[in-house]
Design a protein around this ligand. Sequence first.
Ligand code: FES
Length: 349
Amino acid sequence: MKFNLLTVKEIVKLTADAVQISFDVPEELHEEYNFLPGQYITLNINGERRDYSLCESPNDKKWSIGVKSQPNGKISSYLANELKVGDQLEVSTPSGRFTIPTKPNEKRTLLAFTAGSGITPIMSMLEFTLQTEEWVNFHIFYVNRDENSIMFKERLTELKQKYPNNVFIHHFYTRQDQENFIYNGRIDEKKFDLILNQIIDINEVDEAMVCGPEEMILTLAKKINEAGIIEKHIHFEMFNPSVKTEDIFTKHDEGPQTVQVTVTLDGETSEVTWDRGKNLIDTMLDAGIDAPYSCKGGVCSSCMCKITEGEVHIGDNYVLTDSDYEEGMTLACISRPKTATLAIDFDEV
Ligand code: FES
């Protein structure tokens, strides 16, 4: 994860409280800023880091994010209301694991459930897939307060017009009644069952994506799995998780109070003393090592690393897969020492 100072090239109003911000990425940085549909960049604003998903197709060489001003959200409100074209921001290179494989020669069905600004990474996946997969059926089930709060409304309509046989957008409103009652309100378990009965044949679905608030993800990922889609083909990205790191660790209190850890990052190996009262990211930052991080809460995956010696306790998270655990991966921000010696490698990810 590397940060560069990038200039804001364009700001487009999407709704009353949301904007699309585009950055000027100089030609010499294009390779470093290459991304997969669904990935995000991290902004560092006065020492505070926030992740924002990229919303354009990587094919178009545009680096744009969608930002919705959140109640009490200092950073999102600054970005949505005060940022100007020509301003410069510290922007990281793209990362993130909310991606799906590309299959240009197959006829396949993709399913996305999203709400509010959760549409942002889906826009990138949608546009890229439509550009590259002639036979795709891409269904989006998108929840908003009402018609006026739909982010990317015009672009969604244009894509539907351009690819009428490939894209199917189903708008749900929580505060605006629609003729067909199925589209009124959030997508809960009951609504999901109705969707399966009336709109989608789950047996035809190849990949399912869920992007939105934690409750939506937990409910729908479970339902999709119960309906027959195996975990490997269910992808999700959580916005605003409710679990705090302190809560994660109340149950993991066994292990040495301090350990010497060997950390390898960007080809350099250093020794740090890690006190279990502090997370490894802050320990490294205090030691002058530029540890990669963003959320510090087990959500974004920026701090993923490999344990090459010893063991750690790993807090609850929605990032690591079974194969990650088998390969010895962990998230530095939610790990606590379990053994007296430890070696951790950030480069082997
Ligand atoms: S910093 Fe986000 S998962 Fe660790």
